[in-house]
Design a protein around this ligand. Structure first.
Ligand code: SF4
Ligand code: SF4
Length: 669
């Protein structure tokens, strides 16, 4: 008979018990480990679980942005993993109870699928093995990036062991099934198994080989079960859990507010894993170590020692190295800046969100970096020297330029501008922003927007001296108390006005007012100037001059407009309406590349060993024969202009409002 003997059943029972015990122990430790973080998990809902399973697990929708063939191979392994969950239960049950079977209809679907997927899994395993050996360039981390000792070798070793176990398990099962069908021909369509079974027809050792391959398939599984939680392949379980528990499915790297009035709160920010949110610990287990985030990280590509992938990988290996100990409440972990990321790397982040957007498993290294910055600034008073002036200016003058707010409208001194005192109930409250008010280059964009508003006879007002910085720079620098102070002042001011809509030309103000002020009690309808310009064009309140020459444009999408707010369509539509030829870039729209100003970098001396980010971006934009470089944020414009001067190109750089002003028919023309 082709079945296990009593003795074999006993051995199997023993090893199975051992594997299950070790699995339960590991999972208990991991649950305790994750629970050491702050509990910011959202409540489980059936809708969310079904959504995650269909979109993220079965269709893998978040992986398709890059690496098409890798995703296909990954799909084989994921689908195979899911199906083999059933089949492994079946295989083990039939070893104890040879007559056990699934319902017929179920078997008619499952077994042919297992047979085909088994072959595809083997193809996937070969693909990943070859990729690790020969095509590993985009999986490597530069030597200047901090990595725990032996991590490079451990990643390769873990991958090799897991791939080998998967291969042995699946291939042995296929061979065992093909041997079995010589004795018990299958009634199902099993193309791979049946073809292989013809090889054994003349063999006198069918039962012997069947036992060898059955044991090899089962033992590889029983070794895999306890080893699995230590490997990066554990993401197959932890990534869906991360999606199910993460705070808000639609939030894009949202920064949590701090309640400074809570006297029980002794510390702010986090520089230890147990001080982070539980989801940040889940991230360490969910990370695939694919390095997609690093390969889109502007500082990393420009030569910085910041790698979001290395940060997550270090977290994971630290937890592995302290497996068991970390799960105990008494364990105090090492500071993240001592093993996972250098302080310099923490300050190099431009908060561009590219890593968050590309990550196939929804990991958010940016939130962690902001938490670490908060800890350094608020608890240790440690930050780049140049931020001293920034913080002082924001505190004393409520703007980074350190100019008295009474000068906020000086840029418009030759033009009449309507203030909120003159027009207390405007249709549009124009939030000029600090750059638009104080920076010479951005003042030109403000003047252009003012002329357009006047031409279109828009019922608008500006706050003038009542406007303060939104606090974006303070928040990204980790100086949350200062951000909180500025945000509350602004919210109080705005709540006093009979507001309809706020319009701003600054992508950072737009994001802060729209998405970050609600958590401090400011709920406003906010639009970006490009959206408003499009409305004016669509309603014929401004008429574009069709006689002007059509230009070739390189458009730089600001991160905080296009990626954080999915609003790239507005400036692109405006340029389309202007009949311009806009070049299609590798990094554009929600896949844009930072100008180098974000995350408070504009106020910091750049110390990259490689090329400055703005110059790398400028070169990307200049790889086309453009007449003009257009953008939609004052900080992007400044960074591009600086790169322009350095490259001595002297191309025309303008804000979208300046471009539109050049293209519209003025009333007196
Ligand atoms: S937010 Fe941008 S700069 Fe910061 S780690 Fe992510 S990709 Fe890199
Ligand atoms: S954080 Fe995401 S993108 Fe980065 S290595 Fe991990 S899984 Fe890949």
């Amino acid at each position: 008979m082709i079945e296990f003997s009593i003795f074999e059943k006993f051995i199997l029972f023993f090893f199975l018990g051992l594997a299950i015990y070790s699995m339960i122990r590991s999972y208990r430790i991991i649950i305790k480990t994750v629970n050491r973080g702050k509990n910011n998990f959202r409540k489980i809902s059936i809708k969310n679980i079904v959504n995650t399973l269909i979109k993220k697990v079965i269709l893998l929708v978040s992986t398709w942005k890059t690496r098409f063939w890798t995703n296909i191979a990954h799909l084989f392994i994921v689908w195979g993993f899911l199906l083999f969950l059933f089949v492994n239960v079946y295989d083990i049950l039939t070893k104890f109870f040879p007559n056990f079977s699934f319902p017929k209809r179920f078997s008619e679907i499952v077994f042919p699928a297992v047979d085909i997927l088994g072959g595809l899994i083997i193809l996937g395993v070969f693909y990943f093995a070859l990729r690790r050996i020969f095509f590993r360039k985009d999986l490597e981390i530069c030597s200047n990036v901090k990595l725990l000792p032996n991590v490079r070798q451990s990643i390769n070793r873990d991958s090799a062991i897991v791939l080998m176990l998967i291969f042995i398990h699946v291939f042995s099962r296929i061979l065992a099934e093909s041997l079995k069908t010589v004795y018990l021909p299958s009634t199902y369509w099993l193309p791979i198994t049946n073809s292989l079974s013809t090889l054994w027809l003349a063999s006198p050792f069918i039962i012997f080989f069947w036992k060898i391959f059955s044991w090899s398939s089962i033992l590889s599984l029983l070794v895999f079960i306890p080893y699995f939680p230590y490997t990066k392949h554990f993401h197959l379980i932890m990534a869906p859990i991360k999606y199910i528990f993460r705070q808000d499915e639609n939030s894009f790297s949202s920064i949590q507010s701090i309640n400074f009035e809570d006297e029980n709160q002794q510390s702010f920010g986090a520089n230890k894993l147990e001080e982070m949110d539980g989801t940040a610990i889940l991230d360490a287990y969910a990370c695939i170590m694919c390095c997609r985030c690093q390969n889109v990280c502007p500082p990393y590509i420009s030569g910085s020692e910041l790698s979001p992938a290395a940060y997550e990988i270090n977290k994971r290996y630290y937890l592995n190295q302290n497996y068991g100990s970390f799960s105990k409440e008494s364990f105090v972990s090492t500071a993240l800046t001592d093993f996972a990321i250098t302080e310099k790397a923490v300050w190099d982040c431009t908060a561009c969100g590219a890593c968050v957007s590309i990550c196939p498993v929804g990991i958010d290294p940016l939130s962690d970096i902001i938490q670490i910055r908060r800890e350094l600034v608020l608890m240790e008073n440690k930050y780049p020297k140049s931020f001293q002036i920034l913080f002082r200016n924001l505190d004393r003058y409520a703007n980074p330029w350190g100019i008295d707010n009474s000068h906020r409208l000086d840029w418009a001194n030759t033009t009449t501008i309507t203030t909120i005192e003159q027009n207390p109930e405007p249709e549009i409250l124009w939030w000029v922003g600090c750059a638009g008010a104080f920076d010479a280059l951005s003042q030109k964009s403000s003047l252009a927007l003012l002329r357009i508003l006047q031409q279109a006879k828009v019922n608008y007002s500006v706050l003038g001296k009542l406007e303060n910085c939104t606090g974006d720079s303070a928040r990204r620098a980790g100086k949350e108390d200062l951000y909180c102070q500025l945000a509350q002042q602004n919210i109080e001011q705005l709540n006093e006005i009979n507001l309809k809509r706020i319009m701003t030309g600054c992508a950072h103000c737009y994001h802060a007012l729209k998405n970050e002020y609600p958590s401090y009690g400011g709920h406003f309808e906010v639009i970006h100037s490009s959206q408003f310009l499009l409305e004016l064009i669509n309603t014929n309140e401004i008429i574009l001059n069709q006689d002007t020459n059509h230009e070739s444009i390189s458009f730089h999408d600001p991160c905080y407009l296009s990626r954080f707010n999915d609003s790239a369509k507005f400036p692109h539509k405006v340029l389309e309406n202007c009949n311009e030829k806009v070049f299609s870039l590798q990094y554009e729209r929600d896949n844009t590349w930072c100008c180098g100003a974000g995350g408070t970098q504009i106020w910091k001396e750049t110390e990259f060993t490689g090329s400055p980010i703005n110059q790398v971006r400028f070169e990307q934009l200049m790889s086309f024969p453009s007449d003009s470089l257009v953008t939609a944020c004052p900080f992007c414009k400044t960074m591009m202009e600086e790169a322009n001067q350095k490259a001595n190109k002297l191309i025309n750089i303008e804000d979208i409002s300046e471009h539109v002003l050049r293209k519209i028919k003025m009333e007196n023309e």
